[in-house]
Design a protein around this ligand. Structure first.
Ligand SMILES: [Zn+2]
Length: 75
């Protein structure tokens, strides 16, 4: 399942969202619909990292891609 990274234009925050179909997420921070989708490879990279589940961007430790366990994006 593809995990996409989104950017909220209202509160200027990035977050990840597991996309099912053509779903368009609300911002988890401010519930705005004004989000734009970014390309994210980190969701796929982290799958091979000990089977860890990618948590929400709120607990992100990666400033570059918003993945909580991103070891492969260079950030
Ligand atoms: Zn927002």
């Amino acid at each position: 399942m593809p995990i996409y990274e989104y950017h909220c234009e209202k509160c200027d925050r990035d977050f990840e969202y597991l996309v099912l179909g053509n779903d368009n997420p609300d911002c988890p921070n401010c519930n705005s619909k004004k989000v734009s989708r970014l390309m994210s490879i980190c969701g796929f990279v982290s799958k091979g990292n000990g089977g860890q589940t990618v948590k929400s961007a709120a607990s992100s430790s990666c400033s570059g891609c918003a993945a909580s366990s991103c070891a492969g994006c260079g950030h």
